[in-house]
Design a protein around this ligand. Structure first.
Ligand code: ADP
Ligand code: MG
Length: 708
């Protein structure tokens, strides 16, 4: 089957789910304690416009509708079947639905891959059964979906006990039903409107990407939000991310499993691999997905982007009646790297017309004469937002005498400035509740927390500022053709690893391996002093920790002595260590030690890691990560974002170091990693010794681990 055809079918399955003319609820009930009870109830409550067929073997009527004993008894074939029966009955229902020619079924029932090996097998059987009939499945183990845009509410959650679901531009696909429902509920309260929200369950058939693809094509959706535990198809995920970026449709991602504890919880939850968060973070950043770390900032950012998609958000203008609130808000924004906009002199002049003294950003309207708030709030908002150097206006509402009216004036001013981003920030609790109610009614988004706001803007800014992965990375000249070097197996010591690096044009100072101290002395006699002696042992990973590295040796005698001492010291410490000999190498010169490594992720392939090296690796943890292959320009851009970049570029009167050479080594290493992605697990150059500009960088230590 061609890919285009496959994609078309999936997105038509999603269309079928969101736009059915008739729905059968198998396991329909009047009992709100049951899934089938709540789903039927909310379908009716939210006035599904098509036909509803309750299927219940023991009743003639359910909720005033004629009930049917089975799908086979229905007067016509439904477009959508919702399955809420116990696990043991699900296969039979799917079989009937398939035979009838139903296009899509939502399986709410659990007890499949969410319930161990036995369940996983049952799930495979279920999918095979559905496939045989061309029936597509949502779930199992899901809570259904809320398609506010089409008025189809097929969902069991109590959050739907509201008059109507606010419609809007936020589409949300979630691997957890409960997480989505909680987020939607908070969203309702914050004036956010939704297009289509889907709980994926186990994703046995239709999966995250199928729905994201639908949202990308959907005009009602302005912002895509996703909650993800693990991905089924990493390649397709990345393709869709690039497509979203090309379409300028923001995609906000919340991913659990950032920590070991979170990964464990996610694993036991929907039976998906949590994957390594850092690789995930890298791939999101490279493809323009905005990754947030918490639910509040996700909602805050969704609220802004729903109303103002595709606009810049990094230069902020603030205004309030409270100088204290402004200061606190500015502090939090600054903590997260968000700057207050610098106002143009024209803007300052215009503002001055409304104030007794000159003002600047943040604008404290409290300094205006008492009782004149209405007169200043509106023009303040309008003037601030009209400045081309201001991206977003944040009116901070404190406990001013008339919070409600003041909010209104700020909004009027902001809207008069045209379609530029603004977000109401409400500091008080009960005092601002009536304002919240009013904003919600009008679909105007607001936020209650400086923290969520600051984190949301930071997440946006970080993604926008990060270098994107180019569509094609050109393979540099002079590399061995892929496949010409047979994939090694197991661990590689320093000499073996350096030999491989050398083939890829990465400069190393390859040593001479000797078995005795005398041989080491002879080898050194042919080298430029000073030289270095290192122990060669398959059992020693960190040589210097064991006293296995001797530097600054400037004679044959010193070399022999160092080798003898080294072997004696290590054997005395642990006689079980296998010592194979000594590596003698010229001592390289350089001004700074970097680390440069490869870590191959199971889903996303090789990740190239580079940054502060030597003994500073753990202490500074100042590293960048990029997926292989890495273009030289990208390597440079990422180096510039490191804290140690200032030193590389020549801080405090020191000469700049050879950044070009470093970028080139990163590029070359990334192609090595790409060529061996099926076998290379880890590779570590530590340190890469970087010399002055024009004098290069050399790998003085390396090791690698290949699959056995
Ligand atoms: P380890 O196994 O402990 O990481 P290394 O080979 O990295 O051993 O050596 C420890 C340190 O010694 C390096 O971080 C580097 O500072 C220095 N060093 C090692 N080899 C050389 C060399 N050939 N030239 C210059 N310095 C070196
Ligand atoms: Mg080392």
């Amino acid at each position: 089957m061609s890919q285009a055809l496959a994609i078309g079918q999936e997105s038509s399955a999603v269309h079928a789910a969101f736009e059915p003319r008739s729905i059968a609820v198998v396991g329909a009930s009047e009992d709100m304690g049951k899934f089938g009870g709540r789903i039927l109830h909310y379908l009716l409550h939210h006035r599904f416009a098509g036909q509803i067929f309750p299927v219940n073997a023991t009743r003639d009527q359910v909720c005033g509708l004629d009930a049917y004993a089975s799908l086979d008894d229905l007067p016509s074939t439904p477009d959508l079947v919702v399955i809420c029966v116990p696990q043991r009955h699900v296969h039979g229902v799917v079989e009937s639905a398939g035979r009838l020619g139903v296009g899509v079924a939502v399986v709410v029932s659990n007890g499949f891959a969410d319930a161990g090996d036995e369940g996983r097998q049952q799930e495979q059987v279920l999918v095979a059964l559905a496939q045989r009939h061309g029936l597509r499945l949502v779930g199992p183990n899901c809570m259904g979906f809320v398609s506010a845009a089409t008025g189809v509410i097929v969902c069991s959650s109590n959050i739907l006990a509201i008059d109507s679901v606010p419609t809007g531009g936020v589409g949300f696909i979630s691997q957890s039903g409960a997480v989505l429902m909680a987020l939607m509920d908070c969203g309702f309260r914050q004036g956010i409107g939704f297009s289509h929200c889907v709980t994926l369950g186990n994703q046995a058939d239709l999966e995250l990407c199928d729905f994201v693809e639908y949202l990308l094509e959907d005009d009602a959706t302005q912002v895509i939000c996703t909650y993800v535990e693990g991905l089924k198809d990493a390649e397709r995920f990345q393709r869709l991310a690039r497509r979203a970026a090309a379409q300028n449709k923001p995609w906000i991602m919340l991913k659990s499993g950032r920590t070991a504890a979170g990964a464990e919880a996610a694993y036991s939850h929907t039976a998906s691999l949590a994957g390594s968060y850092q690789a995930f973070e890298t791939v999101c950043r490279e493809n323009g997905i905005i990754l947030v770390e918490d639910v509040e900032s996700l909602l805050c950012l969704a609220a802004i982007l729903e109303k103002f998609p595709g606009q810049r958000l990094d230069r902020v203008a603030l205004s309030s009646t409270s100088g204290g609130s402004l200061a606190l808000c500015a502090d939090r924004l600054s903590d997260e790297g968000i700057k207050l906009a610098e106002l143009s002199s024209e803007t300052l002049d215009k503002l001055h017309e409304h104030y007794p003294a000159s003002v600047s950003n943040p604008v404290d309207i409290g300094v205006a004469t008492q009782g004149a708030l209405g007169r200043v709030a509106r023009p303040t908002a309008e003037i601030l937002l009209s400045d081309p150097g201001v991206d977003i206006f944040l009116p901070v509402l404190s406990t001013a005498p008339d919070v409600h009216a003041l909010t209104q004036w700020y909004i009027e001013g902001a809207e008069a400035a045209g379609d530029k981003p603004y977000l109401v920030v409400l500091q008080p609790a009960a005092l601002a509740d009536s304002t919240r109610l009013e904003l919600r009614r009008r679909g105007i988004a607001f936020v209650d927390s400086f923290d969520a706001l600051a984190r949301a803007l930071r997440a946006w800014k970080q993604t926008m500022a990060a270098p994107r992965k180019p569509a094609d990375c050109e393979r540099p000249a002079g590399l061995p053709a892929p496949g010409t070097i047979a994939a090694p197996s197991g661990a590689m010591d320093e000499t073996q690893a350096k030999t491989l690096l050398d083939r890829y044009g990465i400069r190393t100072n390859l040593g001479v391996t000797c078995t005795t101290p005398e041989q080491a002395g002879e080898a050194a006699a042919n080298m430029q002093f000073p030289v270095v002696v290192k122990i060669v042992s398959p059992d020693i990973v960190h040589k210097s920790d064991m006293g296995g590295v001797a530097l600054n040796l400037d004679s044959v005698e010193a070399v022999e002595q160092a080798a003898r001492d080294m072997a004696a010291r290590i054997t005395a410490a642990d006689s079980s260590l296998r010592l194979e000999g000594f590596s003698v190498q010229e001592q390289a010169t350089g001004k700074m030690e970097l680390v440069l490594g490869v870590n191959t992720d199971e889903q996303f392939g090789p990740m190239i890691v580079f940054g502060a090296g030597g003994t500073l690796v753990e202490i500074l943890s100042d590293v960048a990560v990029a997926s292989a292959p890495v273009a030289r320009a990208t390597a440079r851009a990422l180096l510039e974002r490191l804290r140690i970049y200032k030193v590389l570029a020549g801080a405090r009167g020191n000469a700049p170091l050879d950044i070009d050479a470093v970028a080139e080594q990163i590029e070359r290493l990334s192609w090595l990693a790409e060529d061996f992605k099926d076998s290379l697990q880890e590779l570590d150059i530590n340190p890469l010794l970087v010399d002055d500009e024009g004098r290069g960088a050399v790998a003085v230590d390396a090791r690698a681990l290949f699959k056995k």
